[in-house]
Each structure stands twice: as C-alpha cells, then as structure tokens.
Design a protein around this ligand. Structure first.
Ligand SMILES: [Zn+2]
Length: 210
C-alpha cells in the first residue's frame, strides 16, 4: 500500500512528509521538480497557493489560469499561471477527474455566515494560509484566490456553484511539475460543516522528486 503512493514517479525522492489533518504546509519546489500530493484517506480538500520564490509579488492567479485554458476545472495538462500570465506549475498527472479553481478558502467569516455564529472559533484555511505565509513575511494582502485540489465544486447550467461530495478516493494523487522556482503554501482544509472533507479532515502526503 505504502509503495503505491510512489507509482509513476520518476527521479529521486528529495522530500516526503505527512501533513496532519487541519495543518498548514509550506515548501520550496525548484523548477523541474515534481510535487505529488496524495489524498491518503480520500475526499480531503487541499487548499493550495503558489508564489514565485524569486519575487513573491508574482503568485498564482485563478483568473489567468482559467482564461488561458478556457476552462474552470484543473485536469492533467492544466498550467497554473501567475498574475503575470507565466506558467508556475503544470499538472503532469492526476488520478482525480478534475480539481476546483473557484470555491476559495474557508474562513471564520465565511463559516459564520454560512453555518452560524457557533462556528466562528473553528480553525479555517485562511488561518492556515496566514500561519504558513507569515513565516516568510507575507500577510493578509498576499492572500489570493486558491486552488482546491481533491475538491468537487460543480457549476450548474445556471452558473450556481455546489460544494458537494468529493470525487476523490483514498490514495488518489495529483502531480505538479514546477515551471519556475516556487513556494507552495497549503492548507489541509479543517472544514467540518460541509462535505468537502467528508466531514472528517484527514492527513495528506507530500512527495517531491527531482
Ligand atoms: Zn478550508
């Protein structure tokens, strides 16, 4: 079972880490290296931001990514683009049908609005993003719209969004090749009020190969 998580990866493993349920993660991935994210137990949303390591004013842009590929979902071959339109990372493989670009990150504000004031103190992805980013001097103004790997946000014919049961499963993966030196910032989503984590946040695995 353990070894299945490495299936299809080439090159030398230079980092291998389990991110606990609800935790943040930050890691530099150099150009040409590949980051594999493993959804260990299934249906675990991985909120994901990426910054240029050379100049973090250049960072992932949902708008540029969606416009360039003319599609709102991320699949094998999708290129994550920066606010300058440059390729940052390419999804070179994924065993999940598609990933979300528009659902955003959960916060105490959105939780309170959607699920009631009693959820205000619950841990959120915005907390995790700030926790990870502040280690490198980034703050709230550096938060932008994020990718949600392993999260299912279908768009209805009338344009309505859903946050519904996931389409991921235990052991499914997404592989991202860095096209420039990047800093990856992740929130292993702690949400417990909707099905994005199957109401049970679980660990994910990060494997980097060079
Ligand atoms: Zn979240």
């Amino acid at each position: 079972m353990e070894n299945n998580h490495f299936e299809g990866l080439t090159g030398q493993i230079i980092h291998d880490e389990i991110v606990p349920a609800r935790a943040p993660w930050i890691y530099p991935v150099k150009a040409g290296e590949t980051l594999r994210i493993v959804d260990l137990e299934g249906n675990q949303a991985v909120d994901f931001l990426v910054y240029s390591t050379a100049d973090d004013a250049e960072r992932y842009s949902a708008q540029d990514t969606i416009a360039a590929q003319a599609n709102i979902f991320l699949r094998t071959g999708s290129v994550l683009r920066s606010n300058e339109g440059r390729p940052m990372m390419t999804i070179i493989a994924t065993s999940v049908d598609y990933h979300d670009t528009i659902g955003g990150a959960c916060s105490c504000e959105s939780n309170s609005l959607r699920y009631g004031h009693h959820t205000k103190a619950q841990h959120s992805c915005v907390d995790n993003f700030l926790d990870a980013n502040v280690r490198e001097g980034r703050g709230k103004r550096d938060m932008v719209s994020n990718v949600n790997f392993f999260m299912n946000v279908p768009v209805e014919a009338n344009g309505a969004l859903g946050i519904v049961d996931g389409i991921s499963a235990p052991g499914l993966t997404v592989d991202l090749r860095a096209e420039m030196d990047v800093t990856v910032v992740v929130s292993n989503c702690p949400q417990i009020n909707n099905p994005c984590n199957g109401f049970n946040p679980t660990p994910v695995r990060m494997i980097v190969t060079a």
